[in-house]
Ligand binder design. Structure first.
Ligand SMILES: [Ca+2]
Ligand SMILES: [Ca+2]
Length: 293
């Protein structure tokens, strides 16, 4: 099956997972690069240059995660823009790979009730789902896992001992206090992400760019596309699930949009390999049914 011909809504991705740290001196992540221009724990104001922060990376349960410092940013665009302030948290450096997801599968997690929401568990039983879907050309160990419903993403995060990032957390990790258009800056560069380039067999392909991939690129293939915190592939490659219901702005974490037991559509972020450059910018958002894979 030629996966790039499928509608984007059929390729839901579960990827970045947020781990909430407490932003105190006892935070589990410690700086690996010193000195940092802005000390750990100092709130970063909206509009401050992203370069004030030097990325901090640490293996958590064998998975590289990056630290996202507490601070504020202007979420959304134009008339939708509004300031959101967040506590520090951690986020996966990479999209979740097939190899990582396979560990979740092999440990019998599809039949372990404790990882699933009640609605997710009922969905799994009703549809006799005991494993993820696999697709030719998308199943190498280092490629990101595709075709994951939100309920599966939620269960995977629970198995990891973390949670999905909120929509606000994801956008802040991608754009920073500076509010960049792309994770790396404000100018498009087709060599810093996997999008619909010359390898993409779709009518809107940008034939002037060559990112090297028709299907998914192995995670971390574009180190020059990293965001200010060091997270990779936040623009392009695969869509990434967030915890948030797809609701109008302003983003307000306590207005019900973070409720887990809700079947409404959830927000996906970052665009994917079959989109144009316009749709990979500003932490581009779309939504999808929690049951869609
Ligand atoms: Ca591509
Ligand atoms: Ca991505």
């Amino acid at each position: 099956m030629a996966r790039t011909n499928l509608p984007q809504t059929e390729r839901a991705q579960q990827t970045e997972i947020a781990l909430h740290f407490t932003p105190t001196a006892t935070a589990t992540v410690t700086p690996s690069q010193t000195p940092t221009p802005i000390p750990l724990g100092t709130p970063i104001p909206a509009g401050a240059p992203n370069a004030l922060w030097l990325p901090i990376e640490q293996l958590i349960n064998g998975v590289p995660m990056v630290y996202v410092p507490n601070g504020c940013f202007n979420m959304g665009e134009a008339s939708d823009a509004h300031e959101v302030c967040l506590e520090a948290f951690g986020i996966d450096k990479d999209e979740v790979t097939n190899a990582q997801y396979q560990r979740f599968v092999e440990e019998g997690s599809y039949t372990r009730r404790e990882f699933w929401t009640e609605m997710g568990w009922q969905w799994r039983i009703a549809n006799n789902i005991g494993a993820p879907q696999d697709y030719d050309g998308f199943s190498a160990p280092s490629q990101p896992h595709v075709g994951i419903a939100w309920h599966e993403a939620y269960a995977y995060a629970q198995w990891c001992g973390v949670c999905l990032p909120t929509e606000a957390e994801w956008e802040y990790a991608a754009r920073g206090s500076e509010g960049l258009i792309y994770p790396w800056g404000n100018t498009f560069d087709g060599s810093r992400l996997n999008f619909c380039d010359k390898n993409c067999p779709i009518s809107w392909a940008d034939t002037t760019a060559d990112d090297g991939y028709q299907n998914t690129a192995p995670v971390g293939s574009y180190p020059e596309g990293r965001s200010w915190v060091g997270a990779l592939d936040m623009s392009g490659n695969v869509w990434e699930w967030t915890s948030s219901l797809y609701m109008l702005y302003p983003y307000t974490a306590d207005d019900g949009r973070e409720a887990a037991e809700e079947t409404s559509r959830r927000s996906l972020r970052g665009g994917s390999l079959d989109l144009t450059q316009d749709l990979t910018q500003r932490a581009f958002a779309t939504s999808m049914s929690v049951f869609g894979r």
